[in-house]
Write a protein that binds this ligand. Structure first.
Ligand code: 16G
Length: 199
């Protein structure tokens, strides 16, 4: 797999090297399986237009936070804030896996992102639970199935690379059908409860 067909298999060849949140090599076999399984989708999506890779430290400059603003409030985030949080996530090894999709043509903009969080537990034979978080695709890139690729890849990654015994997510009503297509479903007698704090 190469950057030409969508998977950035090595660091980008620009002046400042991008530091990734997690080891990009972990994605290779997942991406390969996925390309074989859904070659039409991969060809349509990646043919020279997009790259899929882990979040990088320099993605702040490629509009990463502005993309997240399409999902929810982000407040004011400076580069120092971003870098500090990026380092914290990276130091929590084997926990945070943020995948991004970068548009190779339009200003190298980040146009899609989703995160897998792996929570280590004692239960389930010291099992790992996965959560899919902060799935967002740029409004201007809708209809190209970028969200499908992100959720598919992270779901497969959680199962095959992180050995998650389950993976869950929260979403708005209108997105339930979308996530059901990937096998996510309401579990009997389980509810999502939330308490918010004013920060
Ligand atoms: C959605 C997201 C969740 C995100 C939240 C932000 C997915 C599958 N779900 O529920 O990950 O954290 O929105 O909303 O992407 P909030 O700012 O109101 O918590």
């Amino acid at each position: 797999m190469t950057a030409q067909n969508g998977f950035a298999s090595k660091k980008p060849n620009n002046n400042h090297q991008n530091e990734y949140l997690f080891d990009i090599n972990l994605l290779e076999s997942i991406f390969q399986d996925y390309s074989l399984r859904d070659s039409k989708l991969c060809r349509n999506i990646y043919d020279g237009k997009y790259i899929v890779r882990p979040l990088g430290k320099s993605d702040f400059d490629q509009g990463y936070i502005d993309l997240l603003r399409q999902l929810t409030e982000c407040g004011t985030i400076t580069y120092d804030d971003y870098e500090k949080r990026f380092n914290e996530l990276k130091e929590s090894s084997n926990t945070y896996y943020t995948l991004i999709i970068q548009d190779k043509n339009v200003d190298q903009r980040i146009v899609g992102s989703a995160t897998l969080v792996c929570e280590k537990k004692f239960i389930r034979q010291c099992g790992t639970r996965g959560r899919i978080e902060d799935v967002v695709v740029d409004d201007r890139c809708r209809g190209q199935q970028l969200g499908k690729v992100l959720v598919d890849l992270l779901t497969q990654f959680a199962r095959d690379k992180c050995d998650c015994y389950k993976i869950s997510l929260e979403c708005k009503d209108h997105l339930v059908n979308f996530y059901q297509k990937f096998g996510y479903k309401h579990e009997d007698q389980q509810n999502y409860l939330c308490r918010r704090f004013i920060t």
